[in-house]
Design a protein around this ligand. Structure first.
Ligand SMILES: Nc1nc2c(ncn2[C@@H]2O[C@H](COP(=O)(O)OP(=O)(O)OP(=O)(O)O)[C@@H](O)[C@H]2O)c(=O)[nH]1
Ligand SMILES: [Mg+2]
Length: 265
């Protein structure tokens, strides 16, 4: 775990873990949660990008976290849905007192977007402290309510795991050794859960991930200079970036939704 994260968690009254509602299990960090709990910090799990997901699925995930004894809510930062619920929940967890919260999570889960949605008229940026890790290399403090401050931490948890997990956890495409392979894995996972997801976003039909990248490259005019062949690497990178930007609609259903049926037996 990175030292800076821990230092800022120690300085905060509440830890807000932002996860991608499409992939709650893969975008939460139990290590980080454990650390915060050991420090007697309360944790609020925020499932972001809720605009991509049906409400009953979001409720299902929320219930799973609540059954674990965690506070959880869902929100769409970009659509400004659920921001009042989030603000009220923060106030409740701070017991109406003055306090500082920290937004943590894997890169690209939407930490900055949520703070932007919250800060509105309280947009004072109060400090910039250099960080050793992260894409923007700074952790910034914002006022999000009359008595509440929030640290925005950039991509604070290293997106580790296998190639697929790295992509889902927001690794920047420039850091991928083989973006085509990683893109293929992501695409296969997405169509497993929503067979129409790619067609809905790109209006491209295909029989294999490779064919999709070729068609996307041709559609966008990306060709290798030397061979004039479609630049599938560029297409795979664009696809992964679109995923991070929350442009691709699919979700992994919570297991307990199946358990619920079984548990009545
Ligand atoms: N569909 C959808 N996209 C979102 C939502 N929130 C954020 N995004 C998109 O996700 C991408 C990443 O958002 P950021 O707010 O920069 O994420 P971050 O967690 O601050 O990223 P890092 O600072 O790199 O760790 C952006 O392209 C956002 O537009 C949301 O609620 N719905
Ligand atoms: Mg950010």
């Amino acid at each position: 775990m990175i030292r800076e994260v821990l230092r800022f968690i120690n300085k905060s009254d509440l830890v807000i873990e932002v996860i991608d509602a499409r992939e709650p299990d893969l975008t939460r960090s139990k290590k980080l949660e454990e650390y915060a709990l050991n420090r007697e910090r309360k944790i609020l799990i925020v499932l972001n990008k809720a605009d991509l997901i049906p409400r009953e699925i979001l409720e299902g995930w929320k219930k799973i976290f609540e059954n674990e004894g965690k506070n959880a809510i869902y929100i769409s930062a970009t659509m400004h849905l659920g921001t009042k619920i989030l603000r009220d929940k923060i106030k409740e967890l701070l017991r109406g007192k003055e306090g500082t919260v920290i937004f943590v999570g894997y890169p690209k889960t939407g930490k900055s977007s949520i703070i932007n949605a919250l800060k509105g008229k309280h947009s004072a940026s109060t400090s910039k402290i250099p960080m050793a890790y992260g894409y923007t290399k700074t952790i910034q403090k914002f006022k999000i309510d009359s008595k509440i401050y929030a640290w925005d931490s950039p991509g604070i948890i290293p997106p580790d795991g296998n190639e697929l997990e790295k992509v889902i956890r927001g690794i920047s495409v420039e850091k991928l050794e083989d973006p085509v392979k990683a893109g293929e894995m992501l695409l296969l996972r997405i169509i497993k859960y929503n067979p129409n997801a790619i067609k809905e976003t790109y209006n491209i039909t295909f029989n294999s991930p490779y064919e999709f990248f070729e068609k996307l490259a041709l559609k966008r005019g990306w060709l290798y200079k030397s061979t004039k062949e479609p630049n599938i690497e560029e297409a795979a990178k664009a696809f992964i970036r679109d995923y991070h930007k929350g442009k691709i609609i699919y979700y992994v259903p919570p297991l307990s939704m199946n358990d619920d049926k079984d548990s009545s037996v």
